[in-house]
Write a protein that binds this ligand. Structure first.
Ligand SMILES: [Zn+2]
Length: 206
């Protein structure tokens, strides 16, 4: 409890900068990002060095030093789950003023800050398919996949199915990107054309 001659000032945590929802500023699962905060005193004090605790959606916590009422470019890492995630910011007040001094103390305050974490997306491509393939004859083509998470799809298995849903091939994506690309992983597929005329090859699936 504050002593009678001390005045407890209300404080507020304001998030003054962070990721936006712009297409080129999307935070995806596991991505690093940064926020900046300001601690306001309702009575207009300039706040000195204090500590802000940030607890993430995974329960991890770390302390950030507040200098001159601010902490800028606080490095955070997006949760491993997509969707709306919440961080809890807690401002730890300074110890009360020594006896005999009427320096005001500042109230502890906490607030939540939420942000939508996007999932990673993947896209698939097929190339090198001959214009016509004799029914029942061997066919070689190339399939590829890219992910917004970079090269995480290396070693993943694709499935190529025919129009009946039967699996024709299970190519495994390599670790090296297709020449000239940074993240298009690929695999060569050796399969057999359907015996039914004009029966399409199914699109690959992850
Ligand atoms: Zn104050």
């Amino acid at each position: 409890m504050p002593r009678r001659h001390e005045v407890l000032h209300a404080t507020e945590i304001v998030v003054i900068d962070g990721p936006t929802a712009a297409p080129d500023d999307i935070v995806r699962v596991g991505d690093p990002f940064a926020i900046s905060v300001r601690i306001d005193c309702a009575s207009g004090c300039r706040l000195g060095s204090r500590t802000l605790e940030i607890r993430g959606p995974d329960g991890s916590a770390h302390a950030v030093e507040i200098v001159d009422g601010r902490a800028t470019a606080i490095d955070l890492v997006a949760s491993t789950k997509p969707g709306r995630q919440t961080w809890t910011l807690s401002y730890a007040p300074a110890p009360y003023a020594p006896a005999g001094q009427s320096v005001p103390s500042h109230a502890a305050v906490a607030r939540d800050w939420s942000y939508d974490i996007a999932p990673h997306t993947a896209s698939l491509a097929v190339w090198g398919v001959p214009d016509t393939i004799p029914a029942g004859q061997p066919v070689t083509l190339t399939v590829g996949a890219t992910s917004t998470a970079g090269l995480v799809l290396a070693g993943r298995t694709l499935e190529i199915r025919n129009a009946l849903g039967e699996v024709l091939a299970r190519p495994i994506l390599g670790k090296a990107p297709w020449p000239g690309t940074t993240a298009l992983l690929w695999a060569e597929v050796h399969s057999t054309a359907p015996r039914i005329r004009a029966s399409p090859l199914g699109l690959p699936t992850l």
